[in-house]
Design a protein around this ligand. Sequence first.
Ligand code: ASP
Length: 413
Amino acid sequence: MKILKLKLHWQILIALFLAVLFGYYFPQGIRYTAWMGQIFLTALKMVIVPLIMSSIISGVTSMGSGKNLGRLGGKTLLYYISTSTFAIFTGLILVNLIRPGVGIEMGFTQSVEGLNEKAGSVNDILMRIVPSNIFESMVNGDILPIIFFAIIFGVFIGQVGDKYRVSLTTFFEAVFEVMMKMTMFIVKFTPLGVFGIVSREVSRNAANLAEIAGGMAIYMLTVVLALGIHAFFTLPMILRFVAKVQPFKHMNNMVTPLLTAFSTASSSATLPLTMEAVEHKSGVSNKITSFTLPLGATVNMDGTALYECVAAMFIAQVYGIELSFLQQMLIVITALLASIGAAGIPMAGLVMLTVILTASGLPLEGIGLILAVDLPLDMMRTTINVWSDSCGAVTVARSEKEETNIAYTKAQF
Ligand code: ASP
């Protein structure tokens, strides 16, 4: 029982380590453990829609006048767009320097079923934002239209008479409180969930782990290096000099959501944990977390944006297609849009890659090349997505003169 006294993130780390060993050495054993991961994920999914709805609505109503909302929204979007752009350029520079696709033997392409149906266009991304039926979006868990509806709903709550405004505001605040309490309860089971998910994935991929790593090592290394620069240099610099907080103290506070993002490969599933940590550990006000984080979980995906760019460039290199500067800029812009449009679920980035390949005229079958190594890269890019969301909440909070728990004291700065 002593293990229960350990801090949660240590429990998760231990679970992660044991899961890798277990999945690798006892692949038959996962029959008895996989359910833990499934229940954990289902429980997270269970809270997401009501959590997002209530948090955005109460976040928007608590911001008060339209001017206030516009200012916060503007800052938030500015942060999202600039960090994603930094991320994409980091990837673009590295992929041009390392050139991982040059000299790769073609021929081990797998075909992806239904790729052509999935291939979307830039237009599709915009069309997905406005729901034709909000309940359908809720049932399907389509987060983008839910966010859109919740923001508008919140804005108009502010415009009705006091009697209704007060009761609706109180109602959504109350729902939000309850959803956060439920989340905190689920968070306690993270180590078990992580164990279930990771042991299953390891056992599934155990046979071809070495092959996967060998063939595509340089490509993976390029993505990982670029993600590392973004996570350990670019974002901490923003925290240090723009937000004026202690970057690694904040990172330390985020260990639980970051490890969960890594294990689940889903920003949306991690959202409840991210909200809990940013608010209760790093001390960002509820007003800011409840607006920025649900938005960030779908809109702000630095890791995905970076990945899309590197993957598209890699495919071009493998097929021996030279891309001009302008064509590369087109990839940058579509990578940004694709990352905004990608849902916070596993492999969403891979599906969105079809948008970029179509837009820039690259062969769609190229996806077959990178399919095999998508899982580990998905886990890593999701971690960076969540890390950037949390940094965004802190940066916006600091720009609104919030103290937080991670600000420098005068003597430290
Ligand atoms: N899995 C990622 C996320 O949830 C999206 C992606 O596939 O890039 O953040």
